[in-house]
Write a protein that binds this ligand. Structure first.
Ligand code: NAP
Length: 316
């Protein structure tokens, strides 16, 4: 079994920032970037233009930003393994981390595996026949595609993401409907006002999408009013889920304490319930979920791990 002082699981802004800091602190980090379970690089890989990451006044695409993180981490000596982590043993010490082929003993671990957008199992959507043929979980990633141009578009959800995505989609669709299961949005007041005042956005209250239909691509959705049970078929060019995210923690097999919503609990910066294991980025943050906040917590996790290893005399 190979040995690492610090092993980082996940290759988004949190993981790579942790790697850059740890490598510069001579911790010779090993980073599992993933392979099959979601794209290596995380959610930025399915984002088009990133315009709010400081330092890129003209904007930068998500994949290019990740590639730059990766190059910077490698430049300072990070070893990147292109495998998914399938299991970890945090009860033994050193911790054991098993990739598909490569197994490591690690003195400290940073978990930065991010989160995945949730989907609904609606006939025709979810994993159904129209997934990625008009049905997606990321308006910002996919909204500019030609199939959505000048068509009525539907966003499911009532939070900030739903409003943000609906507003974004008004650039492309003929009209944008927010389908929300209740009669009140969860989104912040300013976002609510944005949705309600936008001439191209209409909110379908107390409603859910119960069917998606079409041919090669989505052509219509059926919306049910949950109070009256009335069904209405609408012409549609796209359906976007904006119903929140699930943190990517399955491989941890319940070994770390999590909040009721499944996000990893952190204490004193990025420490988790197991000494020597740290968490950074969206896997422990259901609130901010930004590339820059993930990068910031990745930096914190590397500094926390460095201090912890030094206190234990394990940093040499
Ligand atoms: P969220 O706040 O958890 O909202 C999820 C929405 O999806 C809720 O309205 C919820 O309905 C609905 N929903 C959940 N499960 C559903 C289901 N099975 N069927 C139908 N609807 C369902 O998630 P989010 O909007 O992704 O936001 C997450 C966090 O990121 C929030 O803290 C938010 O403030 C932040 N954020 C901020 C911005 C910004 O400020 N620019 C942008 C995006 C996100 P109910 O309301 O009935 O529960």
């Amino acid at each position: 079994m190979k040995k690492a002082k610090l092993l980082i699981i996940g290759s988004g802004p949190a993981g790579y920032t942790a790697a850059i800091y740890a490598a510069r602190a001579n911790l010779e980090p090993v980073l599992f970037e993933g392979f099959y379970t979601g794209p290596a690089g995380g959610q930025l890989m399915t984002t088009t233009e990133v315009e709010n990451f400081p330092g890129f006044p003209e904007g930068i695409t998500g994949p290019e930003l990740v590639d730059r993180f990766r190059q910077q981490a490698i430049r300072f000596g990070t070893e990147v393994i292109s495998e998914d982590v399938e299991s970890v043993d945090l009860q033994s010490y050193p911790f054991v981390v098993k990739g598909r082929k490569t197994h490591y003993e690690a003195q400290a671990i940073i978990v930065s595996t991010g989160a995945t957008a949730k989907r609904l199992e609606i006939p025709g959507a979810g994993d159904g026949e129209f997934w990625q043929k008009g049905v997606t979980a990321c308006a910002v990633c996919d909204g500019a595609a030609p199939i959505f141009r000048n068509r009525p578009l539907f966003v499911i959800g009532g939070g900030d993401s739903a409003v943000e995505e609906a507003t974004f989609l008004t650039k492309f669709g003929s009209r944008v409907y927010i389908v929300h299961r209740r009669d009140k949005l969860r989104a912040s007041k300013i976002m609510q006002e944005r949705a309600m005042n936008h001439p191209k956005i209409e909110i379908l209250w107390d409603s859910e999408v119960v069917h998606v239909g079409g041919d090669q691509v989505v052509r219509n959705v059926t919306v049910k009013n949950v109070k009256t049970n009335e069904l209405t078929e609408h012409e549609a060019g796209g359906l976007f889920f904006a119903i929140g995210h699930t943190p990517n923690t399955a491989f941890l097999n319940d070994q770390l304490e999590v909040h009721p919503n499944g996000y990893i609990k952190v204490f004193k910066g990025t420490h988790t319930s197991i000494e020597g294991v740290f968490a950074a980025g969206d896997v422990q943050d259901h609130e901010y979920r930004q590339a820059i906040t993930a990068a910031g917590s990745g930096c914190m996790s590397a500094l926390d791990a460095e201090r912890w290893l030094a206190e234990k005399g394990l940093d040499t």
